[in-house]
Design a protein around this ligand. Sequence first.
Ligand code: N01
Length: 535
Amino acid sequence: MSQFEQKTGNEYDAVIVGAGFAGLYMLHCMRKLGLSARVYEAGDGVGGTWYWNRYPGARCDVESMEYSYQFSEDLEQEWEWTERYAGQPEILAYLNHVADRFDLRKDIEFNRRVTAAVFDDTANRWEVRIGGDVVSAAFCIMATGCLSSTNMPDFNGIERFDGDTYHTGNWPHEGVDFAGKRVGLIGTGSSGIQATPVIAEQAGHLTVFQRTPNFSVPAHNKPMDPSYQEQIKSDYRDFRKRLKDLPIACMRPPGEKSALEATPEERAIEYEEHWQRGGLSFLGAFSDLITNQASNETAAEFVRAKIREIVKDPQVAEMLCPDHVIGCKRPCSDTGYFEAFNRSNVTLVDVGKSPIKSFSSTGLDTVDDSYELDCAIFATGFDAMTGALEQIEICGKGGIRLKDKWASGPTTYLGLTTVGFPNLFTITGPGSPSVLANMVTGVEHHAEWISECIRYVRLGGFERIEPTVEAEAAWVRHVNEVADETLYPTCNSWYMGANIPGKPRVFLPYIGGFPTYLKKCEEIVAKGYEGFILN
Ligand code: N01
């Protein structure tokens, strides 16, 4: 029996939640299978992450030629990227182009936030609630994104603040004019690091409130070299194949040698070359930067020396030097971040040492000082990987809530499915490479895996598919084992859920490498969906 009052009577083969990279391609795949699918999207346009994150300076840190769909050769050939790293407006334009080119909009409902999804154990269908409406689908596919549920810390007295407030993950579409304003920016992750230099150029004064300094490597962004674009396009299949064989499905092959096998001079040359090339492949300079603390320290010290070289005031430079393992918080790539602190209109405040006490009507007070502000920007990140899923009331067999099942941390089989929730799929869910690999490649792989799985279910005359308890437990064990071989668990990062008070401390993505993961997924299919119950 339905627990919802049926208002629309709409029935689909699949409901897809979200119209970002994942939801758009999932819809395309469902259509190719000849199935009916409906996408529900909370925003008023496509784009997901690239729809919401419109803060000044928002830009991808995977190169444009790598950060794009590969399912359509025509699309690959016709789209022209204009910069080495695409900015948010260009990626959003690309996704709008995809939506139009493949005529996807007619099956997408915008401004429609999914609030609940309940499995009907008798009918083997999901009842999905969107506001007051309910639709029914055999399969429910969560394309809700890994970094889409914003984290707004509970700052004391924030309601008293008379100035404007903004979150980088939910930026006003019309933009913000900071000219002449006293701007406060809280948070120095990728978003804060990208926004700082751009806002510094506009604002009267910018105060950056930093709790933990972060490592960042220059992006060295530049206009796209047409001959490079041409060269990739003439070899796109092989180029994509080579990338898929890399641990993170993008960038350059990592070094084969331990940092400790190199002499200090060799290390300096290698790090300098990576620094000059720019971008996140810096961490691939040697083979063991993320597994060996002593090796890691050589890279960390190189970056700290660069910060000391760039930032003129030695005290400010020291405040900007991180003391954690490089890479265990998501590394950042910037355009003029450290340089921004040489400007006379930029101040750095260490709220790690002197925490934010409260907001007042005119600004904010730390334990030691008061700051007058016209507006405050929260670059405070996301409830990563699980936040968007847990915001939806998802109930599986016997009414079990996903939120309750995951109370001590998410448990999945392949990051795609979870016991107790038949016919529910999570694209780039926890326990999959997701945020540790090229997101577009990960999304495409998952959408194709899911559509192949649905085809198998339908062709076999089955009505539902669900992982076994044993398969899920073994996968969760494996995900934890590979994480424990790295330095990742050593610091407070959103990878560990450590940025959200009360969130269980578990390493959320799978770090076994994209090729290993692909192989595992293929083997499971080849063995007739090993680890799944079909009935
Ligand atoms: O968020 P974050 P983000 N008081 O969680 C601070 C992707 N992304 O939006 O480190 C004071 O990294 C917090 O401090 P601490 C990318 O995967 C990609 O920047 O917890 N400060 C931290 O400095 C990225 O990793 C791109 O001590 C508080 C900051 O807020 C992910 O999104 C661009 C605080 C949050 O940093 C998230 O990045 C942008 C408090 N109460 C984002 N609470 C590109 O492709 C939190 N902080 C380039």
